[in-house]
Design a protein around this ligand. Structure first.
Ligand SMILES: [Cu+2]
Length: 183
């Protein structure tokens, strides 16, 4: 009996450690996110404060590919603006929030300097060809059918972990050109 209890306690503390620096309100969201991970698919919805995060996915990468992308939808159901200011994942050495812009005839991507504003009542979608999460210095290939953890940090709502389902390399849009990163 004691052994079982200790294992359960260990699992719980590991879960909490997975989301660093969480406010008490955010811990509940993290637990919800972890509980929903078993159900594979893009249907996962995670709530933190007034923000609802849904439709998270990534795309499978080739072996030795240096970068991958992350995509999701954020809806602000509150009456105040919030801002996505950070992203982190154990699958990448560096995780950034990117935007894509036309420079002359070239589509280029850059890290957003001030994060992404989520206005009250608005839905902001990070999608292929637009705003996206960029996983750089991948620790290994992203494998279709698996899911990868992503911790998002918001200016007001705090941090929350979501799971991105890894889909086919061309899922939900044309493949992005990541050659601008130069590896
Ligand atoms: Cu990018």
């Amino acid at each position: 009996m004691h052994t079982m209890f200790r294992i359960a306690a260990l699992a719980a503390s590991t879960l909490l450690l997975a989301g660093p620096a969480l406010a008490p309100a955010a811990s509940a969201s993290t637990l919800v996110a972890a509980a929903a991970t078993g159900a594979h698919g893009a249907a996962q919805v995670v709530t933190i404060g007034n923000l609802e995060i849904s439709g998270g996915f990534s795309r499978a990468t080739l072996p030795n590919a240096p970068v991958g992308g992350g995509y999701l939808t954020i809806t602000n159901k509150g009456s105040e603006a919030d801002r996505l200011v950070g992203a982190a994942s154990p699958v990448a050495g560096v995780t950034q929030i990117h935007e894509m812009k036309m420079e002359g005839d070239l589509m280029k991507m850059n890290e957003v300097p001030d994060g992404v504003e989520i206005p009250p009542g608005a839905t902001v979608t990070l999608k292929p060809g637009g705003l996206h999460i960029m996983f750089m210095q991948l620790t290994g290939p992203l494998v279709e059918g698996t899911s990868i953890p992503l911790t998002l940090t918001f200016e007001k709502a705090g941090s929350v972990e979501v799971q991105l389902s890894v889909e086919s390399p061309a899922a939900k849009g044309p493949a992005e050109d990541h050659s601008a990163h130069g590896g």
